[in-house]
Design a protein around this ligand. Structure first.
Ligand code: FAD
Length: 458
């Protein structure tokens, strides 16, 4: 009997975690598995990489994760990286929102909204009516904005919810489905009839606050450790172009190399890339995948001498409300969040530009992006000096958008996949857009696959 070969398409955190967990789980079950990750880029990690540059540590994508996801913490432990973890500075709980040209502290809880400068008295009064909000329209896939407006009032929906959605997913709250993007809110409403009541009930049972966490060496610590463990079982610089079924096995075609044969193929690539690879195999599957939109964004990381900063960076950073009409979605004060992100006497900011509000921005060149980021920093923070370090990362397909109808799209994708035994999909296209969700989905998929490879399961 030959060892089954599993090809994992994509070497971001999802693909790397899947391959690592599959190998570990197969070993635990005493099953042989020949696992290979194929990654189009020249480095492992996808969006989650860290660039080290003479005392600066610059994240290309996520800067951390919440420590409440047991799968992430389990993975960190299995890799022996627990001692490398670092918690965010508690002062970074303080966040700001740019509204009417001013940076206002974001209220950290519903009662704090009542004393917040970010919301008018009218908005506050309306918010107090949350427990008596109208019920959801029957059978509707409500947008996040419609849900928030119905429950919290228009002002809070515009100033806080729309702004937070842009910051979390680079998305548009008037297009995203609340059921798909924030299922927990729908569940709270269903179970408690009110978000406030749900929060109070949770407070009684909560086991402590989730903490924003990263590694001393940045998020790349995790993706690098996974890639190191995989070693030659990861191939970089090869883009998968097509999969085909041939004589009972999968043929995986790549740009610039001969096809490879596999018993199982798991795609962790963005939906439109997976779509292109399966189009000849199953047009319906390809169309369903291609119908998941992505928003693009650019990250401009700027390092300054602390003396250049007109105000202290006393928090996490700020998000920008839509009405401000800026290309900036938000700015993270990275060196105030985690230690070691900038040399002594310097500070690192990351400016997030574009997203669904300004889809044109991710296509600009590096110079134009830097100029735009700096000009908006002058307006908001008054930073007129030149940066002493800069890095630009452009992500044209940064984050999957779970727009209204996403549930049906995912159902259609899963139904078509069921027709192709040995072909699977895992990652942010369908399993949640966050770093933790990518890891959790990869771990689940790996365990299911390992169990399927076990002889008794056939
Ligand atoms: C700027 C930014 C900031 C973010 N911040 C946060 C945050 O603070 N918190 C959070 O929870 N999440 C955040 N996210 C989301 C987080 O980065 C993702 O959830 C996670 O990194 C997704 O990992 P993935 O492996 O699913 O996808 P990716 O990282 O996109 O990896 C997919 C991989 O597939 C490869 N690939 C593509 N096409 C092919 C092909 N044809 N053949 C082979 N390989 C291919 C790509 O090169 C890539 O390496 C952020 C994302 C971005 C872009």
């Amino acid at each position: 009997m030959t060892t089954p070969r599993v090809i994992v398409a994509g070497g971001g955190i999802a693909g790397l975690t899947l391959a690592f967990t599959l190998e570990a789980e197969a070993a635990r079950l005493g099953v042989a598995a020949d696992v290979l990750v194929i990654e189009a880029g020249h480095d492992a990690g996808g969006h989650a990489r860290t660039v080290g540059d003479e005392g600066w540590l610059v994240e290309t994508g996520p800067n951390g994760f919440l420590d409440r996801e047991p799968e992430t913490m389990g993975l960190v432990e299995e890799l022996g990286l627990t001692h490398d973890l670092v918690e965010a500075n508690p002062a970074a709980r303080r966040r700001f929102v740019l509204r009417r040209g001013a940076l206002c502290p974001v209220p950290a809880s519903p009662p704090a909204v009542l004393t917040s400068r970010a919301i008018s008295w009218r908005g506050k009064l309306r918010l107090l009516g949350e427990p008596w909000a109208a019920p959801p329209p029957p059978h509707a896939d409500e947008t996040v904005f419609a849900f928030a407006e119905r429950r919290l009032g228009r002002e809070v929906a515009e100033a806080l919810v729309d702004t937070a959605v842009s910051g979390i997913s680079a998305g548009d709250s008037t297009a995203l489905s609340v059921r798909s993007q924030f299922p927990i809110l729908v569940e709270w409403e269903r179970e408690h009839g009110s978000l406030f009541r749900a929060m109070l009930a949770r407070r009684k049972t909560a086991t402590g606050r989730a903490r924003l966490t990263s590694f001393h060496g940045g998020q790349g610590t995790l993706t690098r450790a996974l890639a190191d463990r995989l070693g030659s079982r990861m191939m970089t610089g090869r883009a998968i172009t097509r999969v085909a079924r041939h004589s009972g096995a999968w043929q995986v075609h790549m740009a610039g190399g001969p096809p490879m044969v596999a018993d199982h193929v798991v795609f962790t690539t963005p939906a439109h890339r997976t779509s292109a690879a399966v189009r000849d195999l199953d047009r319906e599957l390809a169309d369903a995948l291609a119908s998941i939109p992505y928003s693009g964004l650019a990250v401009v990381a700027l390092g300054y001498a602390v003396a250049s900063l007109p105000r202290p960076l006393n928090g996490y950073g700020y998000l920008v409300a839509r009405a401000e009409r800026l290309a900036t979605m938000g700015v993270l004060w990275e060196s105030s969040i985690f230690p070691g992100r900038a040399p002594d006497g310097a500070a690192l900011l990351r400016v997030f530009l574009g997203g669904a509000r300004r889809p044109d921005v991710a296509g600009l060149d590096e110079e134009a992006l830097t100029t735009l980021a700096r000009s908006e920093l002058v307006k908001v923070m008054g930073i007129a000096d030149r940066p002493i370090r800069q890095h630009v990362f452009r992500w044209p397909s940064a984050i999957a958008q779970y727009t209204v109808g996403h549930d049906e799209r995912v159902r259609a994708i899963r139904a078509r996949l069921a027709e192709h035994p040995g072909l699977d999909l895992c990652g942010t296209a369908c399993d949640g857009v966050s770093f933790n969700q990518a890891i959790a989905a990869a771990r689940r998929t790996a365990r299911t696959l390992a169990a399927r490879l076990a002889p008794s399961s056939s």
